[in-house]
Write a new protein. Structure first.
Length: 95
């Protein structure tokens, strides 16, 4: 897996040009992944340990089923907070 950060940090910053690259020069040797059944705390802990902002999500057969980013988690938390605020306001108003 190669991210935009890998290209910037491992490739461009080292003075390489895109016309002389191969994917293996930019990718990490070990990729940390999470299982699709893992909770958010596990995902965030995995990101922190690996010092990444995105991790692959795999199924029980280790097949890639998606990628989750810190921004996805932040967006989800923001939506949850807004819904909770609306529901709290509705109950306070008797609705």
């Amino acid at each position: 897996m190669i991210t935009d950060r890998d290209v910037a940090v491992r490739h461009v910053a080292d003075g390489h040009t895109s016309d002389c690259s191969v994917a293996s020069h930019m990718s990490r040797e070990h990729i940390s992944a999470v299982d699709q059944s893992d909770d958010v705390q596990t995902v965030l802990a995995t990101m922190e340990r690996a010092e990444v902002r995105r991790v692959p999500v795999t199924d029980k057969n280790s097949k890639l089923v998606g990628i989750i980013a810190q921004a996805d988690i932040a967006t989800c938390d923001d939506i949850r907070r807004r819904r909770s605020a609306r529901w709290s306001g509705a109950s306070l108003r008797g609705g």
